[in-house]
Design a protein around this ligand. Structure first.
Ligand code: FNR
Length: 382
């Protein structure tokens, strides 16, 4: 019985070849940051209010003028097609069905137009990595034409974190077969067969025309290239010329950066440490959240991801001032374990959990969650 995201995680572990599961699990260095994400979320207390009429609980919110059925969405993850063929679209469609947003990664395995067309009339955001400005500009133009509602610039990957699980497994881009990988494939025949029949992940967004012109390995090599490290606050002006919709920064943890974002006209922030995959010394996202919320002073929405595993975690983030939360790994576990029905059910589990938690806390609407949480802040840099 799959009752929670940990159950989906275990199911994913048996469904996937080791190198794919480890790619999802991957954390930087020693895993201090990923452990902090979970420990700090667990340590937050929510003090209930009692004797309130909770006959009806409304989880919906409004973000950038659009209604979301629940205050969480699916975070951008690259290589979803490696978890299951068509993974990007499966995630997007499950989110659309649940009335929550889906954010597509620059490193998706399907063209952004195909994902948009396959889940029209839904909330879809486009995540941007800037490896090469011209290429990034083309992705932004295409996302605009395709009807993505927001652009999410990820700012915590000037270089990839050291993911030792991937290095040990020999999993790197471009893909080079090794005896160990071959054994991994042979011992997971269902995944291997599905991939052989329907798969062939490539990085369709990275070819300028959007047609998967270049070979998969060429595109992978592009992706593996270091990011454009000359990207600075002033570069946001360049992006603004290309994109007039909501522009968010993902990976902001420092209050001073939150203030700079405001000064540069950013429309929203995602407090995130990339699920512990980047700087291992970063604070947990939940402990960084209050200082970013304070710095922003309600002028723009602040979102949060990294470590959310239960509806109760979403309640904690919202209580500490987040407009909504995002999940990365949980929906990938479900995608691996059961495909589309799995993703729909893990979303349902999170939502049901949230409704139960709100009822227990005496909150009938999202704003009723404010100020119920204990302060998770260690000493915060101002
Ligand atoms: C990610 N993440 C990520 N972020 C991003 O901006 N662009 C990307 O392409 C990816 N790719 C990616 C792949 C995988 C396998 C994972 C697990 C994560 C980070 C992601 O958006 C999000 O910040 C974290 O996953 C949130 O933490 P949890 O929910 O996984 O704990």
């Amino acid at each position: 019985m799959l009752l929670n995201t940990e159950d989906f995680r275990r199911a994913a572990r048996s469904a996937l070849p080791r190198f794919v599961f480890d790619y999802i699990e991957g954390h930087a260095d020693d895993g201090h940051c990923i452990r902090r994400n979970h420990a700090d979320l667990a340590a937050v207390e929510l003090t209930p209010r009692v004797l309130r009429d909770t006959t009806r609980v409304d989880t919906s919110i409004e973000v950038f003028g659009q209604r979301w059925a629940a205050p969480f969405g699916i975070a951008p993850t690259g290589l979803n097609g490696l978890v299951r063929p068509g993974g990007d679209l499966i995630l997007a469609q499950a989110a659309a069905k649940a009335g929550i947003p889906f954010c597509l990664s620059t490193a998706s395995n399907m063209r952004l137009e195909a994902v948009r067309d396959g889940a029209a009339d839904s909330q879809q955001w486009m995540q941007l990595y800037v490896m090469h400005r011209e290429m990034a500009g083309q992705i932004v133009e295409r996302a605009k034409r395709a009807g993505y509602q927001a652009l999410v610039l990820t700012v915590d990957v000037p270089v990839s974190g050291k993911r030792e699980l991937d290095l040990r497994n020999g999993f790197r881009m471009p893909f080079k077969p090794t005896a160990r990988l071959a054994w991994d494939l042979v011992t997971h025949p269902t995944w291997s067969l599905r991939m052989a029949l329907q798969g062939q992940p490539d990085f369709a967004n990275l070819t300028p025309s959007g047609d998967a012109l270049g070979s998969a390995s060429l595109q992978a090599a592009l992706l593996a290239r270091a990011m454009d490290r000359s990207l600075v606050w002033d570069s946001l002006r360049w992006l603004r010329q290309l994109w007039d919709g909501p522009l968010l920064l993902k990976g902001v943890l420092h209050a001073a950066d939150a203030r700079l974002a405001l000064a540069h006209g950013v429309d929203g922030l995602i407090v995130s440490n990339h699920g512990g995959r980047q700087n291992d010394a970063s604070p947990s996202a939940i402990s960084a959240l209050p200082r970013v919320v304070d710095a922003v002073g309600g002028k723009i929405p602040v979102f949060m991801d990294s470590g959310i595993r239960r509806g109760g975690d979403i309640a904690k983030a919202l209580s500490l001032g987040a407009t909504a939360a995002f999940v990365g790994r949980p929906t990938l576990y479900a995608l691996a374990a059961q495909g589309a029905p799995g993703v729909r059910s893990v979303i349902e589990v999170l939502k049901e959990d949230l409704v139960r938690n709100m009822t227990l806390l005496g909150a009938t609407r999202i704003d009723g969650l404010r100020d119920l949480a204990s302060d998770p802040r260690p000493q915060a840099p101002a």
